[in-house]
Ligand binder design. Sequence first.
Ligand code: HEC
Ligand code: HEC
Ligand code: HEC
Ligand code: HEC
Ligand code: HEC
Length: 370
Amino acid sequence: MTTSILKTLLVPVFIVAMTLPAFSGDKSYESSLVCANCHEDNYRNWKGSLHALSYSNPIFQTAYRKAYTETKGSAKKYCLNCHAPTVSITGDYDVELPITTEGVTCDFCHTVAKIDLDKKDGPFHSEPGETKRSVLENAESPHHKTAYSKDFAGSKLCAGCHSFENRHGVKVGDTYNEWLRSPYANEGKECQNCHMKEIDGKTAIERGREKIHDHSLSHNLSTMTDSVTVKITHVEKTAKRIGVSLDITNEKIGHSVPTGTPARKLVLEVRTHNAKGAVIETLSKEYRKIVVNADGDEIQSDGDVFLYGVKITEDNRLKPKETRSEKFILSRKTGSVASVSAELFFQYEPVVTERTLMKIPLFSSQSIVK
Ligand code: HEC
Ligand code: HEC
Ligand code: HEC
Ligand code: HEC
Ligand code: HEC
């Protein structure tokens, strides 16, 4: 196990902010702390995002150390291309430069000059240096040159990292293609329209405009709640059973739900209750993608899936705008059933040092049984 990984873990981003009024002419990546001098709001926003944490977060670090050890180090050429993408130019696969620990950092994205999705091992052509690119017209900066690039308004900028096939040809995460096949792609609703909405903030101190794009990726409880809904459509009661029909709909998510690595799932729980509201019986159903290894065993951890996933054996996730009708038959103590309820959770079990269960309620629905 490399000491450099441990070292960078123990000494995270303690880089002292530098005063850098003019660009040095150097063709290397600049730290996000340099940008923070002027782009305070974009910086604060990004700093709390999973992009800023894509290298340093403990879930990735745990998986990366395991992958690194098991592949005798060769995983570094693979994992870091997305989790610390500046390495593709700096070649710092042993993580000796502070910029590497900044993960998906400002200067990586804002120096992307060309995107070629057919180049599987390196779709981004990044040109670190003086010119910073994005979608502002007539931007002028005392620190760097600017260039307008339409690419920053489109999903292709995200695709290079958010669609990935591992070396066994398994589409471990396929968010971009899920989106591409959805009605949102036809409507021109790109990743940025949902994940980088316009919010209040200054594009730069002093001469900035009053709106910025949300660099925190809008990934939070408020965007998740109600994004998938459940409606009980019919309840039938006989002497021996209660039949509950319901519709589950992916209302607001622009790709399959859940998307990304397979450790994420939706769990739907349907219950019968007695007159006092106590639960009599619970049935549940999961929506997820199952990936197996060469022995046919289901892979539980995110990191392993990148290395060892050989086949997707099941995928019943909800596609964008899809409504699926389900029926549950409950049969315990039907005589005393007074109501039924349905509840939906987003569940994620990342491996940190031990498995950690995260269960986030998304929706619930109730119905009285007559
Ligand atoms: C000394 C201040 C300063 C520093 C340091 C600075 N910028 Fe800027 N930047 C500006 C100003 C001012 C603008 C113009 C804002 C406007 O027009 O609304 C700008 C514009 C931009 C734009 C918009 C370009 C376009 O054409 O759409 C990007 C992207 C950008 N900066 C990225 C960065 C990044 C990345 C860093 C750090 C590596 C950085 N900037 C460092 C002041 C700075
Ligand atoms: C250079 C690679 C790269 C690019 C480009 C990139 N991402 Fe990411 N993104 C990542 C990585 C790696 C993570 C996971 C970080 C982690 O959890 O360790 C991530 C995480 C996310 C998450 C949070 C996922 C979660 O599990 O909560 C969202 C949302 C997201 N990215 C959206 C976008 C959007 C939208 C774009 C395009 C504007 C984009 N990303 C561009 C690499 C990238
Ligand atoms: C995953 C790639 C990515 C990263 C990382 C990233 N940006 Fe951006 N940035 C974008 C995109 C995409 C836009 C344009 C969004 C749109 O048009 O919807 C943008 C827009 C901007 C703009 C123009 C003003 C605005 O908000 O629209 C500035 C300035 C900027 N970013 C600075 C930064 C700084 C500073 C950092 C780091 C603290 C950073 N960005 C990190 C992708 C990124
Ligand atoms: C129509 C809106 C919409 C579009 C378009 C969209 N997303 Fe999402 N996305 C969501 C919502 C809502 C969520 C769930 C809330 C959350 O996790 O932030 C989500 C979740 C995610 C997650 C986190 C998944 C998880 O389970 O933790 C990632 C990663 C992501 N989106 C990436 C992308 C990328 C990349 C694109 C473009 C190819 C994209 N999204 C397009 C709305 C959208
Ligand atoms: C092609 C880009 C890409 C490569 C290569 C890649 N990842 Fe990721 N990884 C992502 C993105 C994007 C996410 C977050 C969103 C998702 O699940 O789609 C992610 C999520 C993860 C997560 C979950 C992190 C969290 O915070 O929830 C772990 C763990 C992880 N990756 C480990 C690895 C390991 C270990 C490797 C190498 C064996 C690797 N990844 C290679 C793009 C990549």
